[in-house]
Design a protein around this ligand. Structure first.
Ligand SMILES: [Zn+2]
Ligand SMILES: [Zn+2]
Length: 347
């Protein structure tokens, strides 16, 4: 089959590799119908995830089960499924509650990161502990919506949930990329009165404005604009959806006294310089984490199915899997108004 393989910094190729097969009796093989490129794939693309090369990349896929192990009971060949970006052990208490990010057995892993799971940007993907991990796609969820439910909508929602937004509050979202847009929509669903969107890319701010956020260009006094719009004290909650040190520092500096900073942008810096004095003086709550994707589905699937959340407009570009290198280059360069890129494994 064809799959996108990481060969080194800025070197992604569509290679011919062996077809996956069920890795054990509890696993299935999913023929991928649609797969997207995620902002966190760019950490791999930039070479930030270590020296290893030659592994399949991507963790956002939906498709159809074409093969299953003898121990898989709940699912059948032919089922169309959402593959969550992260899979836990499926047996410990947190996993059974959907909190796969807190797996007590310590085996939770993300697809496409050389962690023992294949890459989702491929024609097919083996999924372990399938009965536990996968969810069949409801009839009223489109393919594009299902792909967003594999990672970025849950991640944006998780950021908003952990920001403890109460109806009527002001919220700032740092980063108006795909996850930031999902966080803005989630904050609105959770009752935010005003959502300030901070970014430096004009097209992204325009998209945020289009869904009802207040655009604030950080390259042009955007942070101060949020402060002055909130009587100088800052928003109740700040959701950080970039992951850079600078963006996280900005989030901490922006939240009002007693406020909450909720980080979902990926940051792996062991030496992050935390402004403890600000956090302590203002009694801030700081949260950071990887989203327990399945745990958000009971809330998000009905919201999407009913049209209360309609996030699928974020897909701006579509490529065949064979054009993966070009797709990564475009997405990384943030050119051509790109927001979210879908890949078709069949071409
Ligand atoms: Zn993702
Ligand atoms: Zn577990």
């Amino acid at each position: 089959m064809r799959a996108l393989i990481y060969h080194g910094p800025r070197d992604i190729r569509c290679d011919e590799i062996d077809d996956p097969s069920p890795t054990d009796t509890d696993s299935v093989v999913v023929e991928v119908e649609a797969t997207a490129i995620c902002g966190s794939d760019l950490h791999n693309y930039h070479g930030d995830m270590g020296e290893a090369c030659g592994y399949g990349i991507g963790h956002e896929a939906v498709g159809t089960i074409v093969e299953k192990g003898s121990g898989v009971r709940r699912l059948s060949v032919g089922d169309r499924v959402i593959v969550p970006g992260i899979v836990g052990c499926g047996g410990c208490a947190p996993c059974l509650a959907g909190a796969v990010n807190s797996c007590e057995i310590g085996v939770s892993a993300v697809f496409g990161n050389n962690m023992g799971l294949g890459g989702a940007q491929a024609e097919a993907l083996a999924v372990p502990r399938a009965d536990f991990a996968l969810r069949t796609i409801p009839d009223d969820i489109s393919t594009d919506q299902a792909v967003l439910l594999t990672d970025i909508l849950p991640t944006g929602y998780y950021g908003a949930q952990r920001a403890e937004i109460e109806p009527g509050q002001d919220v700032a979202v740092i980063g108006a990329g795909p996850v930031g847009i999902m966080a803005i929509m989630s904050a609105q669903v959770l009752g935010a009165a005003r959502v300030f969107a901070l970014d430096s890319v004009a097209e992204r701010l325009a998209v945020a404005e289009g869904i009802g956020a207040i655009p604030c260009n950080v390259a042009d006094g955007g942070v101060d604009a949020v402060r002055s719009a909130t009587a100088g004290i800052g928003p109740h909650a700040v959701i950080e959806a970039v992951g850079s040190d600078e963006a996280i520092q900005t989030a901490i500096g922006l939240a009002r006294p007693g406020g909450v900073v909720s980080v979902v942008g990926a940051n792996f810096n062991l030496d992050f310089s935390f402004p403890m004095a600000i956090a302590m003086a203002r009694s801030l709550t700081f949260r950071i984490g990887i989203c327990p994707i399945p745990q958000t589905w009971p809330a998000l699937v009905p919201l999407v199915a009913s049209g209360s959340l309609a996030p699928e407009f974020v897909f701006t570009h579509r490529f065949g899997l064979s054009d993966g290198a070009r797709a990564y280059e475009l997405f990384d360069g943030r050119t051509d108004g790109v927001m979210k890129v879908m890949l078709d494994p069949r071409s």
